[in-house]
Design a protein around this ligand. Structure first.
Ligand code: ADP
Ligand code: MG
Length: 729
């Protein structure tokens, strides 16, 4: 039988790009057409109901039952006009996907042979999915295994596949959050309150609402569907567990921002079309550094909606890729030796009327306010840096962070030379005694200069995990497969805390008789000093930074298991509890789920590798070795003693194959033993540590031998597509 590998290559070579019929009309004609946005709601519900929903969104008010009935009715009408037959609560459980269970609108009429389409407010507002198999980290015992999903009116309902999807939160019977959205919404409320209070220090009539904004940048790989199916490791683990590097991959930097292949272009066009219909404002598309690596980024949005849009995007990407006979890889490191994928999270704070609080303003006063928010973020990164890193620590991301293409595993902040200089000036020139008039104007002048300076300040430090980029912070440590809610929850809460501390300290000084302007400057200075150790302007990839970070006492991710312990560190539990974002048991549950996921991922990889080694690699190597042996025997028959010299290279290769095969066998057996041993450990946390420290290292050790065999064995016998083939589209 011909090998699957060659069939897949054959098929790939004959793939015609899949053409999609896209409308001729402008994007603005269909943008958001599949979304029941608040403005559309106006046409489908009474103005009273409309106003209630608006205030539910802006002020977090409850929606009354009567209003919910009206909204449900309007939604149903709108959806059915568009051919929708089903509805579902759409939520983000604590795994890496979204959940939905579809119900039809149609209900039979009792005693009659006909049906009516129904959708009540009660069903819109709350459902009870039979969801006992979602990760719950012990938050739900089976005797109270109920989970509830509840409508989140602040994120609009949308249509996919003739189904009305209702963005929802997902909570346990006890009210504890079983998802990402619930704590995200709580953290958004916390930072709103804290930020408004700081704005009001500057202006009593200032903004009444502040929202965090998020602009994500999604990196991903595409791979031909046939190649993917012929690589069980890719299919089952999302990454290649073996594969010798291709002679040419990204050395020449010829993929980055290069011409987009036609198959991929068609995929992107259809993806964008579907995104636009769903109101996802995707803006940029380009080739990334590695072969077949791409990126897609939208305009930033309010954080809750941006998170929904990112998870939705990932779902649509998978669907569209399928249609184009492609597969999307969201794994952080699908291929060794070439760049991995991240999901940069650009984060800022905006007032309800759209003013960006992390953008320097035009006057000294507005710049002082900018500095207040800026230093509060610095301080949050300094005090809660390890928790921020814990929020992005996953098995997949551990293969990327700290490599030479991704941020280091220690959190530091890059501010840019000019801001760094201004921070230093403030630190040095403001003293704790009252300021002289000279000092005041001097400092204020410098502060007033920030905006012009920022315009020229285009130097970007790509090696920093958390960089200030002019009017926002960019967290680059997030992995490409992650739900970006988690780092945002931490960031929002930590910054909410620092803003609260900021406000309290200013007020304490004012109460001691210090003038408000000075109190603010002094507090800014204090925050600058207290957060100094997290600032780093140099090369984050360098060896020196490694040592320097250690010297400064900054801890990073060493192992995933140790990093995620931050979830249950007392200071973090205190932080999240204080701002009502997550309580102790919610954090403990997340900690447990993280450990479980970590160990399961390693377990699956280890099994897949053991399997492939035994069933693909070793038999293939032996087949080829037999070819060599027959050759040597033939030479001996023909040439007698002379054969020894003629066949010396063959004999060496025969030996090498034996050595590699022996090593693979031994290491696989040891890996299996290690798994067995750690499987008997009752405690999931201990088990995860064992898996990561003991089982995981075998994976790369075994790979080493397999990759050597790949270079030895006859190409025609090798069963698994090679890197150069996986890189072809
Ligand atoms: P780069 O690759 O240089 O980081 P991109 O254009 O790829 O730049 O990404 C910039 C991202 O930052 C976009 O998603 C953009 O919407 C986002 N962004 C810009 N301003 C803000 C803001 N105020 N808040 C959040 N995100 C923002
Ligand atoms: Mg970026």
């Amino acid at each position: 039988m011909e090998l699957l590998r060659f069939k897949a290559i054959e098929k790939m070579l004959h793939h015609e790009p899949v053409n999609v019929a896209l409308p001729e009309s402008k994007v603005s004609d269909y943008f958001g057409i599949d979304v029941f946005s608040i403005d559309k709601m106006r046409d489908y519900v009474s103005s009273d109901a409309y106003e209630s929903v608006v205030s539910a969104i802006t002020e977090g008010r409850r929606i009354e039952r009567k209003v919910a009935d009206q909204v449900a009715n309007g939604m149903k009408r709108w959806a059915m006009e568009r051919g929708v037959t089903h509805y579902t609560h759409w939520f983000q459980p604590l795994n890496e996907s979204t959940a939905e269970k579809h119900d039809t609108f149609a209900e039979p009429v009792w005693g009659e042979t006909r049906a009516l389409e129904k959708f009540s407010g009660a069903v819109l507002v709350q459902q009870e999915p039979d969801a006992s198999s979602f990760p719950n980290g012990g938050l739900r015992n089976t005797f109270e295994a109920r989970g509830y999903s509840a409508w989140d009116p602040s994120s609009p309902t949308f249509i996919i596949d003739d189904t009305l999807c209702i963005p929802s939160i997902f909570i346990a019977y006890t009210g504890e959050a079983l998802d990402y959205k619930t704590p995200l919404l709580r953290s958004i409320a916390a930072i709103d309150k804290a930020a408004v209070a700081v704005c009001q220090l500057f202006d009593k009539d200032a903004a009444t609402k502040v929202v965090p904004t998020l602009g994500w940048e999604q990196e991903y790989f595409l791979v031909d569907e046939g190649m993917y199916r012929a690589r069980p490791d890719l299919e089952l683990t999302g990454r290649t567990l073996m594969g010798h590097s291709a002679s040419k991959d990204q050395q020449l930097d010829d993929h980055y921002w290069g011409d987009i292949p036609e198959r991929v272009m068609n995929f992107m066009k259809e993806l964008e079309y579907r995104c636009f219909r769903l109101g996802i404002p995707v803006k940029t598309r380009h080739n990334e550094v590695a072969p077949n690596q791409y990126e897609c980024a939208p305009m930033f949005e309010e954080a809750n909606i941006a998170v929904d849009h990112n998870t939705l995007l990932m779902t649509i990407m998978r669907k569209v890729a399928n249609k184009h006979h492609l597969q999307v890889l969201f794994h952080e490191k699908p291929y060794e030796g070439v760049n991995g994928s991240g999901k940069h999270c650009n984060w800022s704070l905006a007032t309800i009327d759209g003013h960006n609080l992390l953008a320097p303003g035009r006057t000294p006063k507005s710049n002082t306010q900018f500095l207040a928010f800026f230093v509060a973020t610095l301080k949050a990164a300094c005090d809660y840096g390890t928790m921020i890193m814990a929020s992005v620590a996953t098995e997949g991301n551990s293969h990327r962070l700290g490599g030479h293409e991704a941020p280091p595993a220690v959190l530091s902040v890059f501010t840019g030379a000019y801001l760094d200089d201004i921070l230093q000036q403030i630190e040095q020139r403001i003293s704790e005694k009252a300021l002289t008039p000279d000092e005041k104007t001097g400092i204020k002048l410098d502060i007033g200069r920030i905006p012009e300076i920022m315009l020229d300040n285009t130097d970007r430090n790509r090696t920093s995990p958390f960089a200030f980029t002019g009017n926002r912070f960019e967290l680059r440590a997030t992995g490409s497969s992650a739900n970006c809610a988690m780092p945002l929850i931490v960031l929002n809460t930590a910054v909410a805390h620092e803003l609260t501390v900021f406000k309290n300290e200013v007020e304490a000084l004012v109460n001691k008789g210090v003038k408000k302007d000075e109190a603010i400057l002094q507090t800014i200075r204090k925050f600058i000093i207290d957060s100094k150790k997290v600032r780093f302007e140099g090369n984050g990839y360098s060896e020196e930074w490694h040592n320097e970070a250690k010297r400064r006492g900054l801890r990073g991710i060493e192992t995933v298991a140790s990093a995620i312990r931050e979830y249950i560190a007392p200071e973090n539990i205190a932080l999240f509890e204080q701002y009502g974002v997550m309580n102790r048991s919610e954090l403990e549950a997340r900690y447990e789920i993280k450990n479980e996921t970590l160990l399961k991922k390693i377990q699956i990889e280890s099994r897949v590798l053991g399997d492939l080694a035994a069933n693909h690699i070793i038999p293939t190597a032996i087949n080829y070795q037999n070819v060599l042996i027959r050759n040597v025997e033939g030479l001996k028959n023909l040439f007698g003693d002379e054969y020894k010299e003629m066949a010396s290279a063959e004999i060496t290769t025969i030996r090498k194959i034996s050595e590699h095969v022996k090593a693979i066998r031994e290491l696989s057996a040891e890996m299996l033993d290690a798994r067995r041993k750690w499987n008997t450990v009752e405690d999931v946390i201990e088990r995860a540590i064992g898996y990561e420290n003991v089982v995981k290292p075998y994976i790369s050790q075994i790979r080493y031998h397999i990759d050597h065999l790949e270079m030895i064995v006859d190409d025609r016998l090798w069963t698994l597509p090679k890197y150069r083939e996986l890189f072809t589209i």
